[in-house]
Design a protein around this ligand. Structure first.
Ligand code: PLP
Length: 430
């Protein structure tokens, strides 16, 4: 860590020595509106919101469009890779990204829908145990899903939802507070569910510790991995997590509204858990017999409901192939270094200009992914606008938060160095 230097030469040397550097060319990097494609590309630090388009996406889509054009409905059954089995083509690479068995994962639907489906199976309240432990200020969609889900099941969200929040004056959650909340409510908890990597602060929770702790009391545990998948390495199978959901359009670069994914641990595959079913979860070999009485497919596939969105899965598959090639371990190694470099650059700015920027994201690299969340109390929006004027795309959260996410697949040390240059210029003018 200590070898970081705040010079262009250093940053360029790091990029030259970076074994993952060629992967940047697999992505289409946007340019400033009105600028020629040959012009300087934008510094895109917004993969936490929408990952960039893989070059391979267009060809993958084109292929399925050709099959549709030339074969119509037969595309479901014919050719080397019939659409009927399309989810299978994604399972192995997806399983490797989340540390699961292929039978434990399935790409399908969209994220919030899948969260509801998993809650249907894993929230099984009884007279004594009916509460759900979660975290305060989780992503709004997750909050709405929990609130409306428990209400639809006949419960009052105010009585059911137990929210752990950061302590006064702190930005991130303390693990001890989460574990203590589990202890305190153990007798009445039916489920623990929360984001594994917080969208706003960038904090990674100790998912194996939470899981182990809740399991002592036989409480099932699920994680929303929207911001973790493809960003922070997880081992869902080994950690014994009961279920997980994620989306593919953030770090997995599978396109706007791209297919979500679910994980259901193997230990639940024989359990005939309650579920909301549809024909696509019905036993594959007998699906078209159209008989009465639902019989699920084995494993996570049995939670499928509807006809899969083949075009979206085609892009997802093309994108997952890049993860296969790069490897999560290698991606994470680079990610720690690039984000560490951004931390170093920001500390230099803080040192020179009297701490204008607070990094809310934990300082410990094990407790964060690639994203840093910056609290800029004074002139935050002006700073954000200055970054944008200089072609640096992060995202802005009212009233004073800038999130920057250098992703290891397509961002460079040089880009991070440029962020520092813009900040330096901005604060030197004040
Ligand atoms: C991005 C995100 C969502 C979005 O859900 P969709 O159903 O895909 O719109 C939900 N939850 C979290 C934690 C997210 O980060």
């Amino acid at each position: 860590m200590s070898d970081y230097q705040n010079t262009l030469q250093y940053a360029q040397q790091q990029d030259q020595a970076d074994p993952l550097r060629p992967f940047r060319d697999r992505f289409l990097i946007p340019h400033k509106a009105g600028q020629p494609q040959e012009g300087l590309p934008l510094t895109y630090l917004c993969g936490n919101s929408l990952g960039l388009q893989p070059v391979a996406a267009r060809e993958a889509l084109s292929r399925e469009l050709d099959i549709w054009q030339n074969h119509g409905v037969e595309g479901w059954f014919e050719g080397e890779e019939p659409w009927l089995y399309y989810h299978r083509y994604c399972k192995e690479p997806l399983a490797r990204v989340v540390g699961a068995l292929p039978s434990e994962v399935c790409p399908m639907n969209n994220l919030t829908v899948n969260l509801h489906l998993m809650l249907t199976s894993f929230y099984r309240p009884t007279a004594e145990r009916f509460k759900v432990l979660t975290i305060a200020s989780d992503f709004p969609s997750d909050q709405y899903a929990l609130e409306t889900h428990v209400r639809a099941r006949g419960y009052d969200p105010d009585e059911v939802l137990v929210e752990v929040r950061p302590r006064a004056g702190e930005y991130t959650l303390r693990m001890e507070d989460i574990l203590q909340a589990i202890d305190a409510h153990a007798d009445s908890l039916a489920l623990v569910v929360m984001s594994g990597l917080h969208y706003y602060t960038g904090q990674v929770l100790d998912m194996p510790a939470i899981t182990q702790h809740a399991h002592q009391y036989d409480i099932p545990v699920g994680f929303d991995l929207a911001h973790a998948v493809g960003n922070y390495p997880v081992q869902l199978h080994d950690w014994q997590v009961d279920f997980a959901v994620w989306c593919s359009y953030k770090y997995l670069n599978s396109g706007p509204g791209g297919a979500s994914g679910i994980f259901v641990h193997e230990k639940h595959h024989q359990a005939h858990l309650p579920r909301l079913a549809g024909w696509w979860g019905y036993q594959e070999e007998r699906r078209f017999e159209m008989t009465k009485g639902f019989v699920p497919m084995a494993g996570a596939d049995g939670w499928q409901v509807s006809t899969p969105t083949i075009l979206s899965l085609a892009v997802h598959r093309a994108s997952l192939a890049i993860f296969e090639e790069a490897g999560m371990k290698e991606l994470r190694a680079k990610s720690e270094r690039v984000t560490g470099y951004l931390v170093y650059i920001l500390r230099e700015i803080n040192h020179t200009y009297g701490n204008p920027v607070t990094i809310m994201t934990p300082a410990n690299a094990n407790e964060r992914g690639c994203q840093l969340s910056l609290l800029v109390e004074e002139r935050g929006k002006a700073l954000f606008d200055e970054l944008v004027r200089n072609g640096i795309i992060g995202d802005w959260r009212e009233p004073n938060c800038i999130r920057l996410a250098p992703t290891p697949l397509y961002n460079t040390f040089e880009e991070v160095w440029r962020v520092g240059q813009v900040l330096d210029h901005f604060y030197s003018q004040i």
